[in-house]
Ligand binder design. Structure first.
Ligand code: SIN
Ligand code: CO
Length: 398
């Protein structure tokens, strides 16, 4: 991966991954030079009134209790009742709803797509913030408009350090060790676990911050996903196999589950799990799952119409709701590419790697994607299949 257009300033992608990612903060002044905020505070308030946008308002003092969190959708009239200061509005998953943010996300593809969560927007009135807190995930905080002061602290924390009975995990006390003022185009990267507090400065401009957030499934989620996948494999040979103990040793207590039996059970379970892990596709299916609200328009193009549109040179765009990924695994014999699409897996020959990787890598794929499809029958079928399922559309269909 090249550093061209990287938003990391003077830090190369390699150095970033080696020294900063998941390890330490990085302040990147002027990360996106001449950055123009793609949204206004009024437009954000409008989006917060829509049911399909997940929104929250956080009031430091003006709610029923300190740090009250209200959930949207909101009524327009609610905005006029808000105080002059010390509150903020958060809009989740803006990359799904607004192309400008989907495009912005494409600049962070040096971290694999499956690690990306979403783009959150935050508008903060003067003095407004979500309170001092830590996150379990990595985040790039890009200042889009106005000025925000970010304070950080490396203090180590435990559960009792947070205020009780709140929707938000806010620190009872926070002692800033470092602080910076970020203006449009500046960015701060924070790894998980660093306490931080971002307060809107009163500089006469609206303070809007864009958070590019990453996802990291917790261990419970991972093991549950693996076990669910084993459970769903109706045709799995394992359902016809039953516990057996032909070498059962004589035991003194019939009421005891012996350590011999436990070891045998554990061995069977370990084998089941390791067979599943070696198949290698449960994780791809899990991590590309989308929730039911995902909107895919199925264009119902005939194969001929699809080809005509491809040949006419129109730009293809991947639906932001589509989660695509692939793995390569020789175990699947001639179908060595496992292609994951919104929680499902399909198997393809290695010769399709160029088109599959382009489809998975880019939300705005280069023309090469179309060219490969126009030159190879299997690639053509693959791409038309994705278009007809609504995972890619022609830009004019926007
Ligand atoms: C914000 O932008 O208001 C909060 C983002 C964060 O602290 O992660
Ligand atoms: Co945070």
């Amino acid at each position: 991966m090249q550093n061209n257009n990287s938003p990391l300033g003077n830090t190369s992608l390699e150095i970033f991954l080696e020294e900063f990612w998941q390890k330490q903060y990085l302040l990147i002044p002027n990360a996106l030079p001449n950055f123009k905020c793609p949204i206004t505070a009024d437009e954000m308030a409008g989006l917060a009134c829509e049911a399909e946008i997940e929104s929250r308002i956080i009031l430091e003092h003006a709610g029923e209790h300190p740090w009250q969190c209200r959930h949207g959708p909101f009524e327009e009239s609610e905005f006029s009742q808000l105080p002059e200061s010390n509150w903020c509005l958060l809009l989740q998953s803006c990359n799904l709803h607004l192309n400008a943010f989907a495009k912005l996300l494409d600049q962070f593809r040096f971290i694999p797509n499956w690690r990306v969560d979403d783009i959150m927007l935050s508008y903060a009135a003067p003095g407004g913030s979500v309170g001092p807190h830590t996150d379990n995930y990595d985040v790039f905080l890009l200042q889009a408009q106005g000025t925000r002061r970010w304070e950080i602290s490396s203090q180590s924390l435990c559960d009792s350090d947070f205020l009780p009975n709140l929707d938000l995990k806010i620190l009872k006390s926070f002692k800033a060790e470092q602080s910076w003022q970020l203006t449009p185009g500046d960015m701060l990267y924070l790894p998980p676990g660093i306490a931080h507090h971002g307060i809107a400065e009163d500089d006469g401009d609206d303070c809007i911050t864009i958070s590019i957030g990453f996802r990291a499934p917790n261990y419970n989620e991972l093991s549950t996903a693996l076990l669910n996948d084993i459970d769903q494999q109706q045709d799995s040979k394992s359902q016809f196999n039953f516990y057996s103990d032909p070498k059962f040793p004589l035991q003194d207590n019939s009421g005891e589950i012996s350590s011999w039996a436990l070891e045998r059970i554990n061995k069977i379970v370990r084998q089941e799990i390791s067979d599943k892990i070696n198949e290698n596709d449960w994780f791809g299916k899990y991590i590309t799952q989308v929730d039911e609200s995902a909107q895919l328009l199925e264009p119902q193009l005939t194969h001929k119409q699809c080809l005509q549109q491809l040949a006419s040179g129109q730009h293809l765009v991947r639906n932001e709701y589509s989660k695509l990924a692939f793995t390569q695994n020789d175990k699947h014999k001639e179908n060595q590419i496992q292609f994951y699409c919104n929680g499902k897996v399909e198997y393809y020959a290695k010769s399709l790697l160029p088109i599959i990787s382009l489809a998975c890598n880019h939300r705005y794929p280069p023309f090469e994607l179309t060219n490969i499809a126009l030159e190879d029958k299997q690639a053509e079928l693959f791409l038309c299949h994705l278009i007809n399922l609504g995972h890619f559309y022609f830009e004019q269909d926007l």
